[in-house]
Design a protein around this ligand. Structure first.
Ligand code: ASP
Ligand code: MG
Length: 463
């Protein structure tokens, strides 16, 4: 057995936080962990800002360089006692900073920042963090060893958002990573970065460390993947909107994907797909509150809890576009022509509702709205409602419950609902309300479905 434990930027953001990582890993030593780490919080942004500054021949590039050095220097001196290990790390830090300086200089002279150079630069945060974490954990008595992901995570050449080459990577994991685990070592692996077959550094895209963890987890394969972050898990609703929000103990992958659209930004579900496809459960855990049970994301809704809503989500800044055309009655091709306009303007449509003579739909990105409106004007009468919000009740299987629609409408009787999508998805029911009413609608629904006598979220915890 083996598990993958991934620690995000805030979980490795300071010496104190890295010590806590050591505690979490030591507690799980018997489960043969592989540890994936992000860059120290804020470092990736800083590296990228520095690159753009270098491109603009701005002094801020040197300041970025200096700040990157100081952050890591401070953390490593706090964690690694004086001696050969610390000296080696300090030399390594110097080397990496020099390489970064060379990269910035190249960008400045060439006046060009290619995706390939940007990957070399933005991946520097993980290249620094994993070595420090490995040494720090050793100082805490964990048999940790630094293991560069670029040895095993082989990707294509899609710099900036490279795709893993699973077969090549699998062979490397078998040959290079597994023997270490078998020897009782705890490999500390940088997230986010990989390498092409020719050894050129690539990155998996922003926030890519979760993906690294899932890829390695799928290749090993691990029995479990733990994503250690700074929240207690995926919540039933945004806690800033509803004080009664609680952690969802268990969600299906599709539900997590649905929630991510609404900005429940704990993780991007697409990144854990490699694990879900292999049936490996993924846990979201809080490194600041390690005894909290967290959220388990699995491929299927657990037995006995399907048919209950899992969360309420909402998103503001939505625009509703209504097109009506009395002659549409019985006409064919109308909806297709409407969609063709949105397609031409590369604007995704989220919800749609149609009647015999009209179509309403929502868009998230209104940048091209004036042009869209002009084109739609040729098809019928157009009305636009801005400052709207989509509210969704998410939960696989519950949609088919008898009486559900009535219960929702009853709950929202004092809210003006502009659009409803019901039946298109097995995972959510969505409504459009004005943005000013969004919190109210969300609070009412949350009270109805999550704060009542039955409290489905807690019931499923015991399932
Ligand atoms: N450090 C990278 C980023 O900030 C990757 C990650 O943290 O997942 O995007
Ligand atoms: Mg990060």
């Amino acid at each position: 057995m083996t598990i993958v434990m991934k620690f995000g930027g805030t979980s490795v953001g300071s010496a104190e936080r890295i010590r806590a990582v050591g505690d979490r890993v030591r507690e799980r030593k018997d489960r043969r962990p592989v540890v994936v780490v992000s860059a120290l919080s804020g470092i990736t942004d800083l590296l990228i800002r520095g690159a753009h500054a270098a491109l603009a021949r701005d002094e801020a590039a040197d300041a970025a360089l200096q700040e990157v050095r100081e952050r890591h220097d401070g953390v490593l001196r706090a964690l690694v006692p004086e001696g050969p290990a610390r000296d080696r790390l300090l030399v390594h830090l110097d080397e990496e900073i020099n390489e970064l300086r060379t990269l910035y200089t190249g960008v400045r002279y060439l006046g060009e920042l290619t995706p390939r150079s940007l990957d070399a630069i933005s991946g520097m945060g993980e290249r620094l963090s994993f070595e420090i974490v490995a040494e720090a954990l050793q100082a805490q008595g964990v048999p940790a060893c630094a293991f560069d992901a670029r040895q095993v995570l082989i990707t294509d050449e899609g710099f900036g958002r490279a795709l893993p080459l699973m077969e090549q990577s699998r062979e490397r994991v078998e040959r290079l990573l597994k023997p270490l685990i078998d020897q009782g070592r705890v490999p500390i692996v940088p997230g986010f970065i990989g390498a092409t077959q020719d050894g050129i550094t690539t990155t998996l895209g922003r926030g890519g460390s979760d993906w690294s963890a899932a890829i390695l987890g799928a290749l090993l394969p691990a029995d479990e993947i733990q994503i250690w972050t700074d929240v207690d898990g995926i919540m039933t609703v945004d806690p800033r909107a509803v004080p009664g929000a609680r952690v969802i103990p268990e969600v299906a992958f599709e539900e997590a994907a649905e929630l991510a659209y609404f900005g429940a930004k704990v993780l991007h579900p697409a990144t854990i797909k490699p694990a879900i496809e292999k049936g490996i459960p993924v846990f979201i855990l809080n490194s600041l509150n390690p005894t909290a049970p967290g959220t388990r994301i699995a491929g299927r809704v657990p037995e006995g809890v399907a048919g209950e809503p899992r969360a309420i989500a909402f998103k503001k800044g939505i625009t509703v576009v209504l097109i009506s055309q009395p002659r549409m009655l019985m006409a064919h091709g109308f909806v297709a022509r409407v969609f063709e306009v949105f397609d031409r303007h590369r604007t995704p449509v989220d919800l749609i509702a149609t009647s015999e003579v009209s179509v309403s739909l929502t868009i998230d990105d209104a940048a091209r709205l004036p042009a869209i409106q002009a084109d739609l004007g040729n098809l019928g009468e157009v009305r636009v409602l801005s400052q709207m919000a989509i509210v969704s009740v998410v939960g696989r299987g519950f949609i088919r419950q008898p009486g559900l629609a009535g219960r929702i409408f009853q709950t929202l009787q004092d809210v003006n609902v502009v659009m409803i999508s019901f039946g298109a998805s097995d995972v959510n029911v969505s409504f459009v309300v004005s943005a000013a009413d969004a919190e109210k609608a969300v609070r009412l629904l949350h009270r109805e479905f999550f704060e009542g006598a039955q409290q489905p979220a807690e019931r499923s915890a015991r399932a």
